[in-house]
Structure formats: C-alpha cells, structure tokens
Write a protein that binds this ligand. Structure first.
Ligand code: HEC
Ligand code: HEC
Ligand code: HEC
Ligand code: HEC
Ligand code: HEC
Length: 223
C-alpha cells in the first residue's frame, strides 16, 4: 500500500518537476516524440492508403490483347459481335465461332497476340477464357434488353469507352469477395465522375429512381 503510494507520489513529483522546472532535456524528448509520432502516422497512413488497394486486388491479364478499334472498323458495328437474340437474351462476349468469320489458324498479321490467338485457340478449337470486367455476383439478375432496347441506353453509360481502346486492360479481382474491381470502382472512397466508374447496388438503384421514379423491388434484381 505504502509502496504504491510512494511510487505514485514519486511519479507525480517527477511529472511536476518535469512540467514546472522545464528541464530542456525532457522538452526535446517530448518534441522528438511528437515528431516521431506524426512521421510514423503519416508513413502508416500513406502506405495503407497506397498499398491497401494494391494488396486487396489481384491482377489477371486477358489471354491475349484484343484490339476493339481495329475490330469495330473491320466488322462495321458492335452488333456483329454483341447482339440481342430473338428471345431477348444477350450474346455477351462473342464465341470463337464469330471470330472464324474472318480468322483461320493462319495469322493474317504478324503480331504476338494474333499468334497466341491462332495457335492456342483457333488451331486447338478452344473457347477463349475472357475475363468479364462488368461481371456481377451470381445473385444479381441483369437484363441487357431492358436497358439497350426498352430504355435505349448506350453501351458506354455502363461500360465506359472500352470499345474505343486498342489494348485490353488487366482484370482486377477483389481477393476478399472474388468480385471484379469495376463493381466498387477505382476510387477507394467511392467517388465517381462517370456513371461507369462504379456499379454497386446503389448505383443501379439511383439510376432507376431517376429514370423510372422507383428504386425497384429486391426481386427485380435478385431472382
Ligand atoms: C470482320 C472480320 C474479323 C472478325 C470477325 C474478327 N477479326 Fe480479328 N482481325 C481481323 C483483321 C482484318 C485483323 C488484322 C490482321 C493484321 O494484322 O493485318 C485482325 C487481327 C486480330 C488480332 C491481332 C491484332 C493485333 O493488333 O494484335 C487478334 C488477336 C484478333 N484479330 C482476334 C480476334 C478475335 C478473338 C475475334 C473473335 C472475337 C476476332 N479477331 C474476330 C478481322 C476480324
Ligand atoms: C469482332 C468482334 C467485336 C466487335 C465488333 C466488338 N466487340 Fe466488344 N468485345 C469483343 C471481345 C472478344 C471482347 C472480350 C475481350 C475484351 O474485353 O476486350 C469484348 C468485350 C467488350 C466489352 C467488355 C465487357 C466486360 O465487361 O468485360 C464491352 C463493353 C464491349 N466489348 C463493347 C463493345 C462495343 C460498344 C462495340 C462497338 C463499338 C464492340 N464491343 C464491338 C468483341 C467485339
Ligand atoms: C445499364 C447498364 C448497361 C448497359 C447500358 C450495357 N451493359 Fe453490358 N453489362 C452490364 C452489366 C451490369 C453486365 C454484367 C452482367 C452480369 O454479370 O450478370 C454487363 C455485361 C456485358 C458483357 C459481358 C457479358 C458476358 O458475361 O459475356 C458484354 C460483352 C457487354 N455487357 C456489352 C455491352 C454492349 C455491347 C452494350 C451496348 C449495346 C452494353 N453492354 C450495354 C451493364 C450494361
Ligand atoms: C444509367 C441508368 C441505369 C443503370 C445504371 C441501371 N439501370 Fe436497370 N434500368 C434502367 C431503366 C431506365 C430501366 C427501365 C427499362 C424499361 O423501360 O423497361 C431499367 C430496368 C431494369 C430491369 C428490368 C426491371 C423490370 O422488372 O422490368 C432490371 C432487372 C434492371 N434494370 C437491373 C439493373 C441492375 C442489376 C443494374 C446495375 C448492375 C442496373 N439495372 C443499372 C436504367 C438503369
Ligand atoms: C436495381 C437493382 C437492385 C435492387 C432493386 C436490389 N439490389 Fe441488391 N444488389 C444489386 C447489385 C448490382 C448487387 C451487387 C453489387 C453490390 O454488392 O453492391 C447487389 C448486392 C446485394 C447483396 C450482397 C450480395 C453479395 O453477394 O455481395 C445483398 C445482400 C442484397 N443485394 C440485398 C438486396 C435487398 C434485400 C434488396 C431489396 C431491399 C435489394 N438487394 C435490391 C442490385 C439490386
């Protein structure tokens, strides 16, 4: 008991002398401590901010580069590859069959990408395992017909300018959820400039409210 009292008294005495007497040695100690704390905090904060998104997502390259600009010119329009079928379902990414309208297992040009395409996929009659940037979780029901036919929307509104690019960007997969990064978007704070920067539940619902006056019922998007 008395020992503890002694200790606390000693402690507070020490504190008092340090505080009132203003021992210069102790002051610099405190100053350095504060600076050290701020520097350490900034290092942790910045590295977390810069590193976390890098660690959270794993990058996958597409099987080979696909040049949309070249192919839109060659094919004439999007519909020769991405179209609505008569039953209202969407063709999505074209199957190998539609590439064979123009390609054979003999490359037409001399790029590495075409060599991979013809030798690994055309010659071996294998489908190309493309990564789908816009892929939603399995529980989500999405209909292209409702948006591009009934509502007359542009592809770009939701996908951005993918068809104006010559190079396929890497697909980024969230290590925790397994979902595509395009759902959450690039900005870790969730700030968006374009409608295609993020495609989470609220982004679908916000546009529905604006365009149809109703956010929609759960079962419209989850069947
Ligand atoms: C309308 C005809 C047409 C269709 C359909 C078509 N291609 Fe092509 N593709 C071309 C032409 C023409 C070239 C240019 C060849 C050259 O380099 O001279 C080309 C080039 C390529 C290249 C190399 C381009 C580069 O710059 O590296 C790849 C890879 C490729 N096509 C893949 C595909 C795939 C995959 C499909 C099916 C989804 C497909 N193509 C469908 C006409 C077509
Ligand atoms: C010759 C066939 C062809 C034509 C023509 C074509 N595409 Fe594609 N498209 C593809 C292939 C193959 C992929 C998958 C590879 C990739 O993502 O780059 C793709 C992927 C896409 C995707 C990405 C889907 C996702 O989330 O992964 C969008 C969006 C798209 N195309 C839009 C368009 C638009 C818009 C046009 C017309 C301006 C167009 N495409 C013309 C073959 C084609
Ligand atoms: C209202 C937003 C919206 C519009 C408009 C839209 N898409 Fe999509 N698209 C999506 C979503 C969401 C997915 C993912 C669907 C899923 O995973 O169930 C998708 C998927 C795709 C895919 C990949 C499908 C697959 O799994 O193979 C392609 C290709 C594509 N869209 C092309 C297009 C093209 C071309 C247009 C214009 C004609 C278009 N989209 C218009 C939202 C949209
Ligand atoms: C930029 C605007 C916009 C975005 C983004 C959007 N939608 Fe829509 N959606 C519409 C409009 C407009 C309609 C009504 C079309 C019509 O006239 O039938 C619609 C209709 C639908 C329908 C059909 C509803 C029904 O029962 O008839 C479904 C399902 C749907 N959207 C799901 C989604 C999902 C899931 C997403 C997000 C991944 C999404 N939408 C993103 C504008 C949008
Ligand atoms: C306009 C379309 C839309 C409506 C309406 C909607 N959802 Fe969703 N929901 C989505 C989309 C798209 C996702 C996936 C993207 C995300 O995680 O935000 C999702 C994801 C979810 C998830 C997470 C599932 C997962 O695997 O990550 C739950 C839970 C959910 N919704 C429940 C609901 C409930 C409950 C309602 C009704 C109050 C509802 N949703 C209405 C589009 C919708």
């Amino acid at each position: 008991m008395s020992e503890i009292e002694n200790k606390t008294e000693h402690g507070s005495m020490d504190g008092a002398t340090a505080g009132t007497a203003g021992d210069p040695k102790n002051d610099t100690g405190l100053g350095l401590g504060v600076i050290f704390f701020i520097v350490a905090f900034l290092i942790c904060f910045l590295s977390g901010w810069l590193l976390f998104p890098k660690l959270l997502y794993s990058k996958h390259e597409q099987p080979f580069n696909f040049d949309h600009v070249l192919h839109v010119e060659e094919a004439g329009d999007c519909e020769s590859c991405h179209y609505l079928r008569d039953d209202g379902t969407f063709s999505g990414i074209p199957k190998m069959e539609s590439c064979l309208d123009c390609h054979t297992d003999e490359p037409m040009g001399d790029t590495m990408d075409e060599a991979i395409f013809t030798s690994e996929y055309v010659a071996k009659e294998r489908e190309i395992p493309w990564y789908v940037y816009a892929r939603q979780p399995d529980c989500v029901y999405f209909s292209h017909a409702a948006h591009i036919q009934a509502a007359g929307m542009d592809c770009q509104t939701c996908h951005g300018p993918i068809a104006e690019t010559r190079t396929s960007r890497p697909y980024e997969e969230n290590r925790l959820t397994g979902y595509s990064r395009d759902i959450w978007g690039k900005n870790i704070w969730g700030i968006t400039k374009n409608p295609w920067d993020r495609m989470k539940m609220n982004d679908c619902a916000k546009c529905h409210e604006k365009e149809t006056g109703h956010k929609g019922y759960c079962f419209q998007c989850h069947k």
